[in-house]
Design a protein around this ligand. Sequence first.
Ligand SMILES: C[C@H](N)C(=O)N[C@H](CCC(=O)O)C(=O)O
Ligand SMILES: [Mg+2]
Length: 365
Amino acid sequence: MKIVDILIGKIKIPLKRPFKTALRTVYFAEDIIVKLLTRSGLVGYGSAAPTLAITGESSDSIISCLVNNLKPKIIGADLSNLEKVMNDLHSSFVNNTSALAAVDMAFYDLLAQSLNLPLYKYLGGYHNLVFTDLTISANSPEVMVADSLIALDEGFQDLKLKLGLNPSLDFVRVQAVRTAVGNKVKISLDANQAWGAKEAVRIIRRFEKLNLNIEFVEQPVKAKKLSDLRYVTQNVETDILADESVFSPYDALQLIHHKACDLLNIKLAKAGGIFNATKILNIAEAAGVECIVGCMLESQISVTAAAHFAAAKKSIVRCDLDSPSLLAENPIVGGAVVEANTLTLSETDAGLGIKEVLNVEYLKF
Ligand SMILES: C[C@H](N)C(=O)N[C@H](CCC(=O)O)C(=O)O
Ligand SMILES: [Mg+2]
């Protein structure tokens, strides 16, 4: 199956409310759309969200990587040699993981379509439902309580609270939300690297002492400081989830070898797509470490690809695939059907099941 053309487009999607983390505040979601065409007439979709603060990629850098580095290698590529094609792409540059992921998911979309299978069946076919939490942006305790109650009303039972914007308020934020939502609701926390190692241990132990019943704490300390992450993991009872610390299979190996976290957050945008995400999952499985599949603030295309990956595998126990629920509009026709905390994948649509992207401006280059 040969690739004969690539179209690259841009979309901008308004959010229901500003998305605020310790790393960034965002007022709309941007996405770069990739559309691959094969000689036999199949169309494969992928997308990449510029998350400069995490992957180091902007819209311009994603487009430049697609046009200058990826396009010359993929036009004429034969996907029946996927292993060769992917190894060539992965070894031709470092970083640019979201750009690579967009192409990777379009490849998998095409491969599954060529066998007339939904992607989750092509990848393993464990089940076709994925359940997600909902992220509550970092705000004042009052706003976070109000947003949490709205989320419960909408049908979410699992909340991820963003912390780390003025850490002195973090304890009040978590306690206020726990009091408001009661004990049945699952609460996890994401500090997006905002705490120091000792500060993280102090804060997490305080949550433990007061029985705030936290599922896990995500990326408490700086991404590159593996010894700090290890220090936190070894000194608290609560599970620690590595996010920004794990991009590659090698990162996963290091984190597991050094017992620096309890759980791994796999995101296609960090791993460079399904090819390497599968390697991370295999390493984690062999080590008995559970994985969560997460997302950036991104469109329905890449979240659908992540949902197919998660649904294909038995060992993915939880998902943070809530981006479609944070967007005020959905310009993507097809893909996962999102109803509150449930993403349902069609058992009959082949590939990702993406039909069309509305209001997309394809670039000329
Ligand atoms: C949207 C998702 N629930 C999430 O919170 N992802 C963030 C990073 C997203 C971004 O900044 O676009 C995370 O897990 O750190
Ligand atoms: Mg995170």
